[in-house]
Design a protein around this ligand. Structure first.
Ligand SMILES: *Cc1c(COP(=O)(O)O)cnc(C)c1O
Length: 386
């Protein structure tokens, strides 16, 4: 069965009524026949039928054994870190999502978990960083915002050889494009806020494991810590996933054309997009991803924050906002928005310059999107003299 068929048909028809859309079980508790005798559901923190449909769906999509839904991507990340104990070490990608950095560094270091950050695009760096204390390797591919690509299969081998778990944050690629568990990862997490829900209308997170044993541990943490996804938001994510294949394909098609357009622009310095042959790890991306994604990042020849601010403030269709993965295009200036808390010298080391602009390319007609960028660039040369 192909993925798009699998997506639609692993959402079960409701057994009770035949409803083709998953019912929303908006309930906290379930009436029991006798004490402890019930139909698999006793309390909605522990288990909820609507959430269960989403959890089974994401496990199927990622080719995992168990899936779990959380109140946010960060709650999903938090559940995975709770597999560790004091004295353990995490080796994480240096371009990690800012919220994950904050959680690892400012919450978990207090509890005696140490973190080493490495440039995982070169696996030698991962190999050198791993020690006997390493219990978890954490990567994102592509990363935010410069879309660095790491070789998931090769890093999985390092994790196995060192008895560490490999967790991949698969938010940017989505399971329509990349399946880390098939490449040897142990755990996948998602901010379902992005491509999975796809409509910028909720916050949600997912965890998928490659074994029942790991799944049981995540389930225990989910119930013990309680950061579960609500029935209504679970339903919205299911609904989003129904169109995931189509959306991801079109996001990538539009993004590729925009990346190619940006390459022709006089004012643009670097274009970051894994679908461009000049991208450092284009070959790895081609091997492990079906599509190259919907995020395109670029910076300006004149590295000037005012110029970049002018551009992001003067697009019509690209709306100025954080986040990504929705049907409507967004534009963002990381140095003032998503990456504001990172000191300038550190930002510059990972190419997050003052003029770096991130696009989340939506599903508008790509000709309109290119025209929109063109008019913003033109208005820049009208306003500033170069
Ligand atoms: C947004 C995001 C997160 C955090 O998810 P929330 O749903 O905002 O909590 C984690 N990882 C990546 C790559 C993200 O883009």
């Amino acid at each position: 069965m192909k993925d798009s068929t699998k997506i639609l048909h692993s959402i079960p028809v409701d057994k009770l009524t035949g409803a083709i859309s998953t019912p929303i079980y908006q309930t906290s508790t379930f009436v029991q026949k006798a004490p402890g005798v019930h139909k698999g559901f006793d309390y909605s923190r522990s288990n909820n039928p609507t959430r269960k449909v989403l959890e089974d769906l994401i496990a199927t999509l990622e080719n995992g054994t168990n899936g779990y839904a959380f109140a946010s991507g960060l709650a999903a990340i938090d559940a995975v870190v709770k597999l560790l104990k004091s004295g353990d070490e995490i080796v994480a990608v240096d371009d990690i999502y800012g919220g994950a950095f904050r959680l690892f560094t400012h919450i978990y270091q207090k509890f005696g978990i140490t973190v080493k950050y490495v440039d995982a695009t070169d696996i030698v760096n991962v190999e050198n960083a791993v020690s006997s204390k390493t219990k978890l390797i954490w990567i994102e591919s592509p990363t935010n915002p410069t879309l660095k690509i790491s070789d998931i299969g090769e890093i999985a081998k390092i994790a196995k050889a060192n008895h560490a778990l490999l967790c991949v944050d698969n938010t940017f690629a989505s399971p329509a494009s990349q399946k880390p568990l098939d490449l040897g990862a142990d755990i996948v997490i998602h901010s379902a806020t992005k491509y999975l829900s796809g409509h910028s209308d909720l916050i949600a997170g997912l965890v998928v494991t490659n074994s029942e044993e790991l799944g049981v541990q995540i389930k225990f943490i989910q119930n013990a810590s309680g950061a579960i996804l609500s029935p209504f938001d679970s339903w919205l994510v299911i609904r989003g996933i129904e169109t995931l294949s189509l959306r991801v394909k079109q996001h990538a098609e539009n993004a590729q054309k925009i990346a190619e357009f940006l390459l022709t622009q006089e004012i643009v310095k670097n274009v970051y997009y894994p679908g461009l042959p000049q991208h450092k790890n284009h070959e790895v991306a081609k091997r492990q991803q079906k599509y190259f994604g919907g995020v395109v990042t670029f910076d300006l020849k004149i590295d000037n924050k005012e110029h970049a601010t002018h551009i992001v403030s003067n697009t019509k269709y690209f709306k100025l906002a954080e986040s990504l993965g929705g049907v409507k295009s967004l534009i963002c200036l990381p140095c003032e928005m998503t990456h504001k808390s990172i000191p300038q010298e550190i930002r510059y080391k990972s190419n997050v310059t003052d003029s770096l602009i991130r696009l989340s390319v939506g599903l508008e007609d790509v000709e309109d999107l290119i025209e929109d960028l063109e008019q913003a660039f033109n208005s820049l040369s009208n306003k500033f003299t170069f």
